[in-house]
Design a protein around this ligand. Structure first.
Ligand code: KG4
Ligand code: ZN
Length: 344
């Protein structure tokens, strides 16, 4: 089954053709990063307008590269939630138009589910159940992937996402957007134990995270040094920040795997590209005898191939939508809203 997939939840306009959920026939990404750098982050209004300009060309390029016409594909999958609402609406409505004109089924795909599905492309042998750490710019979840379309959230952040914490810390250190990636690069030369930051205590919710305290502690470290006229070693501070985030994530994943009896662990989302997090996860899983699945670096960030992968399994589960499909800025990974609406 060939699925034409579309992604526009944040600042990448992307389209892909994916066969049977596992094989990429094309994967086109038009990134807006350059347009947002001067603002230090994504400007939603600019993102929506740029998606509108790019989407038809990106979809055409994906079909051309795959060597198929729309008529030769079997379904249209699209990220419909969660994300920037104006950005999501561009992709969702374009997909609805394609579905209407071609008569192909329309498959709504949850953004975090698709990040998890990037692993099905990178590791063709991976099948649920497994435990997944989903870490992106807006979300930090530990999820039990019970089946391809059946998820249980074991823990999530109470405030900032891991990516958001690193983005803000990077910005305070004077690094350009996208902060997390630049922080990763500059920190490779730094001492991860130069600065000590406490691990937050989250009162209830054993597997929940909190990253806002760490973000504030890093910003305060920079301000205090500035007031005293002291120099900050940015690679050391960056490495210490990443080390703390990676330790917090690894600790909770390790405990969750033990308590819930998982021996297969996957990483997903933009932050899963982080080199130190990948290293620490490898060490953790190696030590405990767990099998680790990491998305290839080109599939960690937002892309449409992962939407085509998850879209395949949503289709097999009967999760298609009508032309009244809407987009949603927020949506829990385990309870797709469109289903509730359809069921009345
Ligand atoms: O999944 P994603 O591309 O978009 C969202 O769905 O949010 O994730 C973006 C996040 C940003 O916070 C970005 O700074 C972070 O992923 N990121 C990284 C790295 N590459 C991207 N964080 C740490 N190290 C990286 N190498
Ligand atoms: Zn994402």
């Amino acid at each position: 089954m060939k699925i034409l997939a579309i992604e526009s939840s944040c600042d990448e306009t992307a389209a892909a053709v994916v066969e049977d959920g596992r094989r990429i026939l094309s994967n086109i990404i038009s990134s807006q990063v350059e347009s947002h750098i001067i603002y230090g982050g994504v400007v939603p209004e600019i993102a929506s307008r740029m998606h509108a300009e790019a989407i038809s060309g990106v979809v055409k390029a994906a079909l051309d590269e795959a060597g198929v016409t729309l008529a030769e594909t079997d379904a249209v999958a699209v990220t419909y939630a969660p994300g920037l609402i104006g950005a999501l609406l561009v992709g969702t409505n374009f997909a609805k138009g394609l579905s209407y004109s071609s008569g192909k089924p329309l498959i709504p795909v949850h953004h975090l589910r698709s990040h998890i599905a990037a692993n099905y492309i990178t590791s063709p042998g991976l099948e649920p159940p497994f435990l997944c750490l989903v870490v992106s710019g807006g979300h930090s979840h530990i999820v039990a992937v019970n089946d391809y379309t059946d998820f249980t959230v074991i823990g999530k952040t109470r405030d900032d996402a891991a990516g958001e914490c690193m983005d803000k810390a990077a910005r305070a250190m004077g690094l350009d957007y996208p902060g997390g990636k630049n922080l990763d690069i500059i920190s490779r030369e730094g001492d991860p134990h130069a600065y000590k930051f406490p691990h937050p205590k989250v009162d209830s919710g054993k597997y929940d995270f909190s990253f806002s305290g760490l973000k504030t502690a890093i910003i305060n470290t920079i301000h205090n040094a500035g007031q005293k006229g002291e120099e900050i070693n940015i690679p050391d501070l960056g490495a210490s920040c990443i080390e703390t985030v990676a330790e917090i994530l690894c600790d909770k994943v390790s405990q969750a795997a033990e308590e819930f009896g998982f021996d297969k662990i996957a990483l997903a989302g933009g932050v899963s590209a982080n080199s130190r997090l990948r290293e620490k996860m490898k060490a953790l899983c190696g030590g405990k005898g767990y099998r680790l699945y990491l998305p290839s670096l080109d599939l960690c960030g937002d892309n449409a191939a992962m939407v085509g992968a998850q879209g395949y399994y949503e289709y097999l589960s009967g999760n298609t939508a009508g032309l009244d499909l809407n987009s949603y800025a927020t949506m829990p990974i385990d309870k797709p809203f469109y289903k509730e609406e359809q069921n009345g």
